[in-house]
Each structure stands twice: as structure tokens, then as C-alpha cells.
Design a protein around this ligand. Sequence first.
Ligand code: UDP
Length: 329
Amino acid sequence: MKILVLGGAGYIGSHTVSELVDAGEDVVIADNLETGHIEAVNPKAKFYQGDIRDKKFVDSIFDNEKIDAVIHFAANSLVGESMTNPLKYYDNNLYGTKVLLESMVEHGVDKIVFSSTAATYGEPESIPILENDKTEPTNPYGETKLSMEKMMKWTGVAHGLRYVALRYFNACGAHVSGEIGEAHSPETHLIPLILQVPNGQREAISIFGDDYDTKDGTCVRDYIHVTDLAQAHILAVKYLADGGKSDVFNLGNGVGFTVKEVIETARKVTGHPIPAVISPRRGGDPAKLIASSEKAKNILGWKPEHADLEEIIATAWKWHKNHPNGYAK
Ligand code: UDP
């Protein structure tokens, strides 16, 4: 199959391309390199640099390549930034997806796997979270991702396109080779920020609130290895290629760890004392987010292979230790 990966130079995109290439698929990447990295572009894939809001650019890819399915990662994904600059999210995430779907319909490409998020749920009504729980996002990032899901649904009703939306919980870790990994600027995610301490780039890690209603007062999240997420995209493409109907799946391990537990595990993995300081809560953080991924397991046949938190942090550490400045030299 020839698969177009939009956002294939980003964190989850580059790991998915790596798994696709290893599985022998023919991969085409498109990325505007705004948050993606040229160094993360897999040399075995064909690369087009451009923006999905540029209809001529998107059309030219479908004109030049006989694409069977699309995997769509090309979006902005920072909750905090979406609160201060919501229209950026409406423009890139929603308008970009509108242009993409228009071009897919015009070129007869009818399968798309899409990176969605646990942020589509907002404050959960119960734990673990199921796909048919209520979706009331508490920020524009989650809101635009939910709207992207709905845009695909209604485009499907009108034009026969089928989609799979994968709602990730906390993506983390890095490729076992240590050659590709997480590199955001600015970094806002817990595990890379913790690892800046043993890397000598930060004195201490801040714990955002220790008065939540959880076992040690710090927030609980479901941490899922990026390679396991990548595998789910491959299974989702196969599912659609085999005639599967449009659907939405959670991707998590179904196990929650507190912020303090994550820091403690990082101390064990790195052998560094990693000082932590209690800081005020970060706005909009739900106390607990844990996925039920039974649906992805039952329907897609997905099975996370790197569920152990120590192993997850060890892969992240291998990457960050050798690339303290990400892809920058
Ligand atoms: N967090 C923290 N200190 C940090 C960064 C994050 O205590 O420096 C907490 C954050 O409040 C949340 C958890 O770690 O409870 C995971 O945050 P992250 O930004 O990695 O992912 P999110 O859950 O927001 O998608």
C-alpha cells in the first residue's frame, strides 16, 4: 500500500513512519517542518515539504502519487497555546483538515487514520474512559480535534470516505534505537521535562499541584509508548483496507501513574536524585485520565508491547541523554 503520512516529521508521525517502513509499506511524508524536524524524516520515505492548508500543495501530492490511505498527524497540539491562541488551532487543525478532506474526495482517496486525543473528553465522568463517554473538551486543542473527527464523519456520510480516529492518552518514550524521539520547543510534557534534570538542563522538576483527589495528591495519567501508538495506526490502516467501518478508539495502557510515581521511576532509571518542587496546579488539568482500550484490542487486535513505565522512561532517557537539544546540533 502507498500511505501518505501528514506530519510524518513530528514525534508520533516519525515513529509511525519508522514502523510502516519496517513493515515494508511504501511511505510518502508531507510536513511543513513548523514543529517537525527534517532530521526525523525517514530516508526510506519520499518527502514533500509544504502545508496542508495549501490546497495546490495537497492536490499535487495526490496528483503525483497513487495514495491508498492517509494517516493525518499534521496539527498543533499544545493545550496551553490553544488557550491563548485559539484561532491558530481553528486555522491549522480545522481549516487544514477541511482542505485535506476536500482534496481526498476529489482524488477518490477514501481511507484516513487520524490522531485524536483524550482531550476530546474533557473532565471524565468515570474512569476508565470509554469511547462513548461524553465529549466536552475544556480547551480549543481538544475542541478542534473533536471537530476534526466530526468533519470526517460527515464527509464520510456525504462522500463515502471512512476514517479511524485514535484518541491517544499520554504519548511518551522513544524508538528503541534511540535515533528518533520527542523534541518539542518549548517542551511542556512531563517525562522530557523530568529528564532535563539528570541531563543538567534544569535544577528540579515542578509538580503541578499535590492536592488532587488521588492516592498521593498528584495527577494520574495513562502513559503509552509512542511505538505502541505507531503500531495502532498500522492496524487501523489495515482495518480500513479490509473494509472496516468508521470508528473511534482509545489508546492507552489502562493503568494510571501519578506525577510523583513517574518522577520516582525516572530516578530509578537514571540513577539521579531529580529534586522535585511542589508548584501551583496547572489550569485545566483533570485529576485522573485513564483509558479503556478494550475496543482497540478487540476490534483492531492492538496489544501494547511497551507497557512497563520503567521501560518507557528508559527509551526516553536513551534518546534525551544522547540528544540533549533534540534534533538541534
Ligand atoms: N506536569 C507536572 N510538571 C510539569 C509538567 C507536567 O507536574 O513540569 C503534570 C501535569 O500537570 C499532568 C501530568 O504531569 O498532570 C502530565 O502532563 P503532560 O503535559 O505531560 O501531559 P497532559 O496530561 O497535559 O497531556
